[in-house]
Structures are given as structure tokens and as C-alpha cells.
Design a protein around this ligand. Structure first.
Ligand code: PGA
Length: 307
């Protein structure tokens, strides 16, 4: 460290620094992470991310809600009115249940909010009862696909090679992808979150080219924070986003990594969005429960710095 002085950083908090340099590079923030055996790991952030701008994203995962097409259209219209227009460097995407994609996309056709599918099959056509193909959801108005959500990992298949096929098929057919990764509670408690996420990234993104990465957003969604009301602290989320960006950088180089959008999901609400997106590595949020309410418009405002 080039400066003298004491830095006090508490677990779970990031502290902004002024005039501090480590190995000749200025440092804008320090983070403290509680590691194993009550030790603290200090992480210095000397990226210029505070000043650099990356595109931002807010996604709404409606899961298996609402219960009818009429309600879905009503919700889409309510959110459309509240969200208004979205700047070109910001993306706002709603993921309704597959059977409502058409109706929701029609309702949102005259606004900047896009629509995505919560799941697709990787084959083009065939005897796959209960499945939908990329071209089918595309023809209904979807421009995005969500892949690897922990609920599909848990209830359908925890298989990174399957997710890889879905990502390949989606990108080849011109759809953008949100690829969800994240550790469960026991992996979190065993301090192996980084390893878990790196395996998910390597499996899911196998063979994806640097050019294709422009259409891939990674969503970091710690499973223990989904639908539980337990948000991962901003600092913890930021550290995991840093792990993800580092992995992208190692595989695809600095330019792809710096442009890649990485968003956070897990008990996101109107109150915690602002602090999450204030972190250097967090480029947006994915909301589940909160995307079914008017709160989603507030989340959009806060994530895009509109209030
Ligand atoms: P939640 O869901 O916001 O209700 O926790 C997030 C998600 O599943 O993407």
C-alpha cells in the first residue's frame, strides 16, 4: 500500500476510499468478506468502474404467475404505463409464462419493454411433448430466453450441458439469453460459491464465441436468496459478480468482460435495488416476486438511475 493510514472496513460493507493506492494503482473501494475461521478478506477495487458505463438491465421473472391471460395482459399494461420509455443503453425484459408470451408481447409491442421465455427446448421441432422451441417462442414475440434458473435446475434438470444446448439454440436463432448461475446454501456455507459458479459458467457457455457473448447476460442468483426475503449483501453480490467477470475475462478477454452485463437476482425489491446497482460490478437486477407488482416500475427507475 502506498499511503499511510488505517482503513476500517466492516464485514458486509464496502467503504469508499479517496487517495489510496495499492501497488501504484488508485483504489476506489475496499470490501471486507468474512472468510473461513472468522478471518476477514480485504478486497481492494482499483477498477475504474465508478466512471465507466456499461449497459444496464432489469428483468422480471413472473415464474408461474399470474393465473390467467387476462391478468397477465392487465399486469403488462400497468407496468408499461408506469415504466414509460427506456433509454437505449438500458434493457427491461419481462419473462411471463410461455402460454402468455404472445398476449404480453402484443400488449408491450408499442413500448421499450421486451419479452422473454422462461424456458426453451434446444431442438427445432419433433416429438418433445410439453416442450417449446426457440422459433415457437420467437414467433410469439419473445426476444430473450432465460436459461439455467435455479428452479429449473432443481425441478427439471441440473445439467449445464443441457443449458449449453439451450443457449446455443437460442443465440443461433437470434434470441438474447439470460444465463442464471448461483450456489445453494450448503455451498455458500462451505465457502465454495466461486467454484460452483465457475463450473456453471464453463458448462453453460461452452463453445459460445466472443461475438455471441454480446447477447448473453449472466444473472448471479444465490439460491438461498431466491424467494426467501434474504438478500445477499451488496458487497457479497459484488464480489461474486467480480468472480464472474474475471471468469469471462480469462475466457474471452478484457473487452468482452468489460461489456458483459451481469445482474443480481434474489429477493430484489424497490428498497434494495439502488444499493445493489451502486456496486461497481452489478449491472442490473432480476426480480421475481416484485415483478408482479407496481414495485417493478420503481425497481426499473432505481436501477436505471431515473430516481
Ligand atoms: P425473487 O426471485 O425476487 O422472488 O427472490 C428471483 C428469481 O427467481 O429470479
Amino acid at each position: 500500500m502506498d499511503n499511510e493510514g488505517v482503513i476500517v472496513v466492516k464485514d458486509g460493507k464496502s467503504t469508499k476510499l479517496k487517495g489510496l493506492a495499492v501497488n501504484g494503482k488508485s483504489v476506489s473501494r475496499a470490501y471486507a468478506l468474512k472468510g473461513a475461521n472468522e478471518t476477514f478478506i480485504l478486497i481492494f477495487d482499483n477498477r475504474e468502474s465508478d466512471t465507466m458505463s456499461r449497459n444496464k438491465i432489469v428483468a422480471g421473472n413472473w415464474k408461474m404467475n399470474p393465473s390467467s391471460k387476462d391478468e397477465a395482459v392487465e399486469l403488462a399494461n400497468t407496468l408499461k404505463r408506469a415504466i414509460g420509455s427506456v433509454a437505449s443503453e438500458c434493457k427491461c425484459v419481462i419473462f411471463p409464462p410461455t402460454c402468455f408470451i404472445d398476449a404480453v408481447a402484443t400488449a408491450l409491442a408499442d413500448c421499450d419493454v421486451e419479452v422473454g421465455a422462461q424456458n426453451v427446448h434446444y431442438e427445432k421441432t419433433g416429438a418433445y411433448t410439453g416442450q417449446v422451441s426457440v422459433s415457437q417462442v420467437k414467433s410469439c414475440g419473445a426476444t430473450w430466453v432465460m436459461v439455467g434458473h435455479s428452479e429449473t435446475r432443481e425441478y427439471i434438470a441440473d445439467d449445464n450441458s443441457l443449458f449449453n444446448k439451450q443457449i446455443q439454440a437460442s443465440l443461433q436463432n437470434g434470441l438474447k439469453v439470460i444465463y442464471c448461475v448461483g450456489e445453494d446454501v450448503s455451498e455458500y456455507e462451505s465457502n465454495i460459491s466461486g467454484d460452483v459458479v465457475r463450473v456453471q459458467l464453463a458448462g453453460g457457455l461452452l463453445g459460445i464465441t466472443p461475438e455471441q457473448m454480446a447477447n448473453v447476460v449472466v444473472a448471479y442468483e444465490p439460491i438461498w436468496a431466491i424467494g426467501t426475503g434474504k438478500t445477499c449483501s451488496n458487497m457479497q453480490a459484488n464480489v461474486m459478480h467480480e468472480v464472474i467477470r474475471k471468469w469471462i475475462k480469462e475466457k474471452y478477454g478484457t473487452e468482452v468482460a468489460e461489456k458483459a452485463m451481469i445482474c443480481y437476482g434474489g429477493s430484489v425489491n424497490a428498497s434494495n435495488t439502488q444499493n445493489l446497482v451502486a456496486e461497481a460490478e452489478i449491472d442490473g437486477v432480476m426480480a421475481g416476486g416484485a415483478s408482479l407488482k407496481l414495485d417493478f416500475a420503481t425497481i426499473v427507475d432505481r436501477a436505471f438511475g431515473r430516481q
